[in-house]
Design a protein around this ligand. Structure first.
Ligand code: IDP
Ligand code: MG
Length: 138
């Protein structure tokens, strides 16, 4: 069993696709073991995306991530880190495979509806960033 962090980003919440995203996880056998809606401030977004602080899009990305509420979730399942990345699709929705979340709902390379941890180490950091042990069930 593995865990990963998923986020429905502000554009996904604004587009009313929280349910669509959750449905894709559940219909693919992924369990949601924690979930909440929050609205990050700039410092919180910068801390979350600290690995990207040298990237040219860092300012824009953190501003976008604070532009509205987000839904943060902990997903659990076998191989769930890779499985979630597969369901999300490529970062750039134009390159994302048919039937993926980003291909179906994203409109922009930055405003791409969902975040998903990319490795066990980042998953552990990202889950701990938003949830304490009492907030994760099972
Ligand atoms: P990922 O979300 O598919 O893991 P990362 O490379 O980790 O992609 O980038 C984090 C986020 O930064 C992306 O999901 C997207 O919102 C934004 N991003 C990535 N590359 C670009 C870019 O070239 N321009 C603008 N935003 C970008
Ligand atoms: Mg990433």
């Amino acid at each position: 069993m593995e865990r990963t962090l998923s986020i429905v980003k502000p554009d996904g919440v604004a587009k009313n696709v929280i349910g669509e995203v959750v449905k894709r996880f559940e219909s693919n056998g992924i369990k949601i073991v924690a979930m909440k809606m929050i609205h990050m401030n700039q410092a919180q977004a910068e801390g979350f995306y600290a690995v990207h602080k040298e990237r040219p899009f860092f300012g824009s990305l953190t501003e976008f991530m604070t532009s509205g509420p987000i839904v943060v979730m902990v997903l659990e399942g076998e191989n769930v880190i890779a499985k979630n990345r597969e369901l999300m699709g490529a970062t750039n929705f134009k390159e994302a495979a048919e039937g993926t979340i980003r291909r179906d709902f994203a409109t922009d390379i930055e405003k791409n509806v969902v975040h998903g941890s990319d490795a066990p180490e980042t998953a552990a950091f990202e889950i701990g960033y938003f949830f304490n042990s009492f907030e994760i069930v099972g």
